[in-house]
Design a protein around this ligand. Structure first.
Ligand SMILES: Cc1cc2nc3c(=O)[nH]c(=O)nc-3n(C[C@H](O)[C@H](O)[C@H](O)COP(=O)(O)OP(=O)(O)OC[C@H]3O[C@@H](n4cnc5c(N)ncnc54)[C@H](O)[C@@H]3O)c2cc1C
Length: 425
């Protein structure tokens, strides 16, 4: 890159690559710094909802993503104890409603698609650079790393849950949910004899646990995620989330779930953290994006989606404020911040509530199951606020769904907080 970059992006995950691509497509010179020796992603699955496939289409990447992924027919929710179907969302119908498909894809395939697009667009992609600090000044920002310092008119920090840049905005720490995820993406022939769906995303919801299954790579692979609350985490112990806890957490679940457990990767697991929403992600010419700004619990499958939406929103605002001397960065960053902080706060807080709903026990679980069984499968109230077009301004943000009253299914319940768990925040 002869002249200096217009934008420095820190972090080469899905969020960093998406930002680099979106801004390069607006004619800007972007340099991206990644600490790892090579670009890459964990080899598990990712759900990409219509609010993001719409954006991938605008970047010219949707055909490639569809050719690498799977377009499931439905999202199906089942009870993890008895295996019964609780509710479903027809994804062909949703495609018609939102004008864009729902896709499931191997993470490394989506990451690879974004990486190839960045290379083709001319992003200056640099690995092996660990950023250690940031400075802001009038009209620009600086990143500090082991090899020195680099300055640009704008720095975007896409450095994930444990973001260094976030420390300039807040002294908060990741919030432990005491839940842990096991993953496993395996050749499909390993589940050929099992009672699994190769055309749906299925989530079994159970007491303090859930289990997700869906096909990947045009049906050549099968993805599973097992999530449970760790008793050792609750007890404040360091050694939480181990395979013995996995087996104990799912011991009482239905045959389909227990059949899938031996196929999980057992040598690594992911403790589930989010953070409290922040009201501000922009300081001068430094901005947070992706998980650095708004790491969610994964229950709405919107973390990577939000990261890509961030990229699209910022680039649209930059494009709308371009001038021969360069974009009006301050106005673009302000417009980005005002709309995205509001939206992502909703997703983060609703994801927590959604997780509570999934993991209910006893009478609360009965209430939840009755509500879900009574739900009209063509009712899109719970996803309209997510799957519609990404808002560029706060007034474009759709209304939230209405809370479900406790007595809505005529089921007397002593549930302590059942009405609360589906109350949008
Ligand atoms: C079990 C599970 C299931 C999920 N399922 C879904 C799903 O179905 N759909 C969905 O949309 N989301 C899902 N998510 C969330 C999603 O994975 C994340 O929100 C998303 O990957 C965040 O991307 P990111 O680029 O912002 O951050 P990251 O992926 O964390 O990338 C950060 C990058 O920055 C680099 N980096 C960090 N620090 C530095 C530094 N100091 N200097 C230089 N580089 C640095 C890292 O090496 C990394 O490459 C799931 C998450 C989990 C845990």
């Amino acid at each position: 890159m002869a002249a200096g970059p217009d934008v420095l992006v820190v972090g080469g995950g899905i969020g960093g690559l998406a930002n680099a691509l979106a801004l390069t497509r607006k004619g800007l010179r972007v340099r991206l710094l990644e600490r790892a020796a090579e670009f890459g992603e964990v080899g598990a699955g990712l759900q990409i909802a219509p609010n993001c496939t719409r954006i991938l289409d605008s970047w010219g990447l949707l055909d490639e993503v569809l050719s690498l992924g799977v377009r499931p027919e439905a999202l199906v929710m089942r009870d993890a104890l008895d295996g019964s179907v609780l509710t479903r969302l027809d994804l062909a119908d949703a495609h018609a409603r939102y004008g864009s498909p729902y896709v499931v894809i191997h993470r490394s395939d989506l990451h690879g698609t974004l990486l190839r697009a960045c290379r083709a667009a001319g992003v200056d992609l640099v690995t092996g650079v660990r950023v250690t600090g940031y400075e802001t000044r009038d009209g620009g920002a600086t990143v500090l790393h082991e090899g020195g310092r680099e300055t640009a008119p704008v720095v975007l920090a896409a450095d994930g849950l444990n973001s260094v840049a976030r420390r300039l905005f807040s002294d908060d720490e990741p919030v432990s949910s005491a839940y842990v995820a096991y993953r496993g993406a395996i050749p499909a022939e390993q589940v050929a004899a099992m009672d699994v769906s190769m055309s749906e995303v299925v989530v079994y919801v159970g007491p303090h646990c859930h289990f997700v299954q869906y096909p990947l790579r045009q049906g050549e692979m099968f993805n599973q995620v097992a999530v449970f609350r760790s008793p050792r985490a609750l007890a404040g112990r360091e050694d939480w989330g181990t395979p013995d806890e996995l087996d104990a957490a799912f011991a009482g679940t239905c045959d389909q779930v227990r059949a899938g457990l031996p196929l999980m990767w057992r040598d690594r697991w992911w403790r589930m953290f989010d953070r409290e929403p922040l009201d501000s992600w922009v300081r001068g010419r430094l901005a947070l994006t992706g998980d650095a700004a708004h790491p969610p619990l994964q229950y709405l499958a919107q973390g990577a989606v939000m990261a890509m939406e961030d990229a699209w929103v910022l680039a649209e605002h930059v494009g709308a404020r371009s001038a021969p001397e360069g974009p009006d960065w301050d106005a673009a960053l302000a417009a980005y911040e005002v709309v995205r902080t509001g939206h992502c706060r909703r997703v983060q807080t609703t994801a927590r509530a959604w997780g509570e709903l999934w993991h209910l026990t006893g009478a609360d679980r009965e209430w939840r199951n009755a509500v879900l069984r009574a739900r009209d499968v063509r009712d899109y109230a719970f996803v309209d606020w997510l799957y519609g077009p990404t808002a560029l301004t706060p007034d474009e943000e759709p209304p939230m769904f209405a809370p479900i009253p406790r007595d809505s299914v005529g089921l007397p319940t002593d549930a302590e907080h059942a009405a609360e768990v589906v109350r949008p925040r």
